[in-house]
Design a binder for this molecule. Sequence first.
Ligand code: ZN
Length: 96
Amino acid sequence: MFNINIIDKCFQCGQAYRQKDADLLWEKGDYFVFHLTCRKCQASAIMQTNTGQKGVLSIGKLTDASKKDLDKIRQAKPISVDYVIEAYKEFKSNSN
Ligand SMILES: [Zn+2]
């Protein structure tokens, strides 16, 4: 299980995240991808972390993908944050 403590703060306003602000999308070994919603400014972010032997590596990006949208694309296989965002864009354009 991932630990929210490895996650930093909101990219937009600096509000510290809580465990319940995070929604785990994928988990594979030491690799996690999750969606975060800031409780202060409502900004959404996707974060990937690798908690392997080399230490914690976290990469995050702001996104306009809501938690609900991500639920619809979470069946896809995880590759990277970029992939998640691309998959979301594809989903969004297909649904219009
Ligand atoms: Zn925020």
